[in-house]
Design a binder for this molecule. Sequence first.
Ligand SMILES: NC(=O)c1ccc[n+]([C@@H]2O[C@H](COP(=O)([O-])OP(=O)(O)OC[C@H]3O[C@@H](n4cnc5c(N)ncnc54)[C@H](OP(=O)(O)O)[C@@H]3O)[C@@H](O)[C@H]2O)c1
Length: 233
Amino acid sequence: MSVMLPEKMKAVVLTEPTKAEEVRLTDCPVPQVRPEDTLLVRGATCALGYAAIQLAKALGCRVIATAHKESRLPLLAEADEAVLDTGRLAETLPGAAFPGTVRPRATSPGVTRSRITKALELVGPKTLPDTLRCVEKGGIVCNTGILGGVYALSGFDPIKDIPNGVYLTGFYSNGPTQEIMDEIFSFLTAHRLQPCVGKCFDFSEIREACEAQDTGAVNGKIVVHISRISDHG
Ligand SMILES: NC(=O)c1ccc[n+]([C@@H]2O[C@H](COP(=O)([O-])OP(=O)(O)OC[C@H]3O[C@@H](n4cnc5c(N)ncnc54)[C@H](OP(=O)(O)O)[C@@H]3O)[C@@H](O)[C@H]2O)c1
């Protein structure tokens, strides 16, 4: 959930980013996503997932996004491909790098599929070993979420569970700098991206906001306006 300060957000200078700024943006969040990448967003039906799809598409990447419920697949329309997560993507996902076979897309026989070069793991340790097997050699997997409800890797053998030549990293968003926030807002502005805001609440409705988050009733980011605190005492 985001607590937004609208008056501060309006103060962000809305200028086009320079090429150097755009390159820095692609450098700063792991896993160093580049326009030529095919990015797998695993567990994409969450606020972070929707944002990742938008940002990666704006960069020019090909994006494969997964949902753990079939009914949620239409929410991933912005991705190039929306895939139901069976928990065993390395075996079933066309384009997954391991065990080494690239199966042609069922709907387009003969189409050469791009291999997955980067992966944003939002389900977390529950599916991480499988995700590591989805990216090609030289690819990067960034473990960022814990949607799967498993918080640590148990019995993880780095030698066997990280395929040769695949890189594993993590991301922890606490403590963003003003510089990084400015770069992100410049990028959003330049690419005319509208954050996927699911629902806005006044601060007086914080209880309803928390309930909405707990029940997963809202698709997109839940925003609480703290500037309206004074309006409600
Ligand atoms: N590393 C960091 O610094 C950092 C920062 C922010 C957030 N996170 C993590 O990133 C993840 C996403 O955060 P968020 O704020 O974007 O979450 P969110 O918007 O609150 O999304 C929660 C929703 O994710 C959906 N979901 C998708 N795949 C799922 C799965 N495999 N298992 C369970 N639920 C799944 C569920 O909806 P449906 O069941 O309807 O699909 C659930 O309601 C969380 O795990 C959060 O802890 C990490």
